[in-house]
Design a protein around this ligand. Structure first.
Ligand code: ATP
Length: 254
C-alpha cells in the first residue's frame, strides 16, 4: 500500500499552548480521508503545516515520501491545499484566474486554457467566465478556488471545510468531482463538522482532540472502538471525544 501522507510526531505550539501534539498518521493513496475534531482541536494547524504554510516545532510531514521540511518544492508540487476561506483576486475573471494559477505552475498556455474550460464547465461556472470574481457569491468563489486546486493535477488535495456554504446542487457537484478524482488513484483529505459528509464519503476517518489523534480507522472500526456498534458517526464521534476529554481530565487531576 502506498502512503499519500505520513505525519511523524508533527508538533506545533502557539506560545505556551500546544495546538498539535506529536501527531502520527498515515493516509493511504487512492482514498478519501476525513479529519474530524471539535473546534480548536488542531485540524487547520495540522493541514497548514502539511501544506508548508506553517513551520512545525517538531516532526515532519511526508507527501508520497517527500519531506515538506527537507524537499519542500517537490512535496508542494504533489499537493493542493484549499483553506476554509476562499482566496481569489477580485479583479480577475474565472478564466484569467485559472490561467494565472496554471502560469504559476509552469503549465503551457494552450493546455491551461483547455483545462480551465473543462473545469469551469464541470463546476457550472462557464456562464460567468467573463465576470470579475469580486462579484461572486461565497459558494461561487469556493467552486472557483476548488477548480484552481485541480489545475496542476496534484496527487493529493487537502480541503478545509470544502462543502460548508455550498447549495445542494453545488455540494453534489463537488462531491462527485472529488469521488472521480479518488477513483483515478488520487487522494483527498478533508475536514468537516458535518458528520453525514464524512460518513457517506470517507473510507477512513481520523479524530483529533486537543492536538492528538484519539482514534482512526474505518467507520466500523471506530464503532467498535467507541462501543457504539450500531451508532452513526455523530454518536461515535461524540462518544470518542467525550472519552478522550474524561481521560485528559483524569490525567490532569493526578
Ligand atoms: P475549527 O474546527 O474551529 O476550525 P481546528 O481544529 O481547525 O478548529 P486550529 O485552528 O488548528 O483548530 O486551532 C488549534 C488551536 O490553536 C486552538 O486552540 C486555536 O485557538 C489555536 N490557534 C490557532 N491559530 C492560532 C494563531 N495564529 N495564534 C494563536 N493560537 C492559534
Amino acid at each position: 500500500m502506498t502512503i499519500a501522507l505520513e505525519l511523524i510526531s508533527l508538533t506545533k505550539h502557539y506560545g505556551a499552548q500546544i495546538a498539535v501534539d506529536r501527531l502520527d498518521l498515515q493516509i493511504p493513496q487512492g482514498s478519501l480521508y476525513a479529519l474530524l475534531g471539535p473546534n480548536g482541536a488542531g485540524k487547520t494547524t495540522t493541514l497548514r503545516m502539511v501544506a508548508g504554510l506553517l513551520q512545525p516545532d517538531g516532526g515532519d510531514a511526508f507527501i508520497l515520501g517527500q519531506s515538506i521540511a527537507r524537499q519542500p518544492k517537490a512535496a508542494k508540487r504533489l499537493i493542493a491545499y484549499l483553506p476554509d476561506e476562499p482566496l481569489l483576486y477580485g479583479k480577475l475573471r474565472p478564466l484569467e484566474y485559472l490561467e494565472f494559477v496554471a502560469g504559476l505552475w509552469g503549465i503551457r498556455p494552450a493546455q491551461a486554457a483547455a483545462d480551465a474550460k473543462e473545469l469551469l464547465q464541470k463546476l457550472n461556472l462557464w456562464d460567468v467566465r467573463g465576470e470579475f470574481c469580486e462579484t461572486f457569491s461565497r459558494g461561487m468563489k469556493q467552486k472557483l478556488t476548488l477548480a484552481g486546486a485541480f489545475v496542476h493535477r496534484p496527487k493529493l488535495i487537502i480541503l478545509d471545510e470544502p462543502l460548508t456554504g455550498l447549495d445542494a446542487a453545488a455540494a453534489r457537484l463537488v462531491k462527485d468531482m472529488l469521488a472521480d478524482y479518488v477513483r483515478q488513484g488520487n487522494t483527498v483529505i478533508l475536514t468537516t463538522h458535518i458528520m453525514e459528509i464524512a460518513e457517506r464519503m470517507a473510507e477512513r476517518i481520523g479524530i483529533i482532540n486537543h492536538g492528538k489523534l484519539i482514534a482512526e480507522g474505518t467507520l466500523d472500526e471506530l464503532r467498535v472502538r467507541s462501543g457504539e456498534e450500531g451508532g452513526n458517526l455523530e454518536t461515535v464521534f461524540l462518544e470518542l471525544t467525550e472519552d478522550a476529554d474524561r481521560d485528559r481530565e483524569r490525567d490532569f487531576a493526578v
